[in-house]
Design a protein around this ligand. Structure first.
Ligand code: NAI
Length: 210
């Protein structure tokens, strides 16, 4: 699938299309027009057509979009047709919550290991996965060919562990720690800040009806 030159804004919208299409598949809907999708998603039909045209457009005039095909194609663009090996570093509240969330695994993100520095957590199992100590991390990453590291530890720890991850072949970091990591260009980083979303909510709440 040729997907070079797709704007970041479009890529950002793809997971939402993917989610809605997944719901349509569950509801046994086989095809949908851009207008119907537009009503559901509260996005203009022309935006939808424009977005999907980036990939050669999967729609046919008079027919609309084949839901399953579109879902699969967007999945491929997002790389969801593959599986990824992942570790979680920081086995506190957030790390354990993420490890317990089985849907990530269904999407292909398989948690292979969970790491912490707290010796009291050593050997504790989260969804059947034993928590290990961070000194085992470099070898574990290499041995299990881990691609993604999820950082759910305080920022000083994240800054210390990030270069070790890069040196040992980690390709992607899902970073929940409140710090901007400086890593070689071949390591992709996705920062997640739930507080940004909450601040957005707060703004909207305070500008309601103004
Ligand atoms: P927590 O205190 O429950 O868990 C943190 C865990 O990291 C602990 O088990 C601790 O032993 C471990 N840890 C500390 N230093 C470490 C190191 N060098 N190597 C390995 N493990 C280490 O905290 P919680 O609530 O799970 O949050 C984790 C981090 O994520 C916090 O720094 C918090 O600020 C951040 N956070 C970020 C959010 C976001 O949206 N980006 C949302 C919630 C928390």
């Amino acid at each position: 699938m040729e997907d070079h030159g797709i704007s970041k804004a479009v890529v950002k919208r793809l997971p939402r299309y993917y989610r809605y299409l997944g719901d349509l598949i569950e509801a046994k809907v086989e095809r949908i027009s851009s207008n119907e999708l537009s009503d559901m998603m509260n996005v203009t039909a022309s935006q939808i057509r424009q977005d999907l045209n980036n990939f050669g457009g999967f729609g046919q005039q008079g027919y609309g979009y084949n839901v399953k095909y579109l879902y699969q194609e967007i999945g491929k663009i997002l790389g969801l047709d593959k599986t990824y090996s992942m570790v979680i570093i920081g086995a506190g509240n957030l790390g354990q919550a993420l490890a317990n969330y089985v849907k990530f695994e269904k999407r292909g993100f398989v948690v292979k290991g969970i790491f912490d520095i707290n010796p009291r957590l050593k050997g504790v199992a989260v969804r059947g996965i034993e928590i290990r100590m961070v000194d085992e991390l470099p070898e574990f990453i290499r041995e299990h060919k881990i691609q993604i590291a999820t950082l759910t530890l305080p920022k000083t720890g994240a800054e210390k562990v990030a270069p070790i991850l890069a040196e040992n072949g980690i390709q992607a970091i899902w970073n929940f720690a409140h710090t901007d990591l400086h890593l070689p260009e071949n390591v992709v980083v996705e920062n997640v800040h739930l507080s940004d979303s909450l601040m957005q909510l707060s703004y909207n709440l305070n500008h309601l009806n103004q």
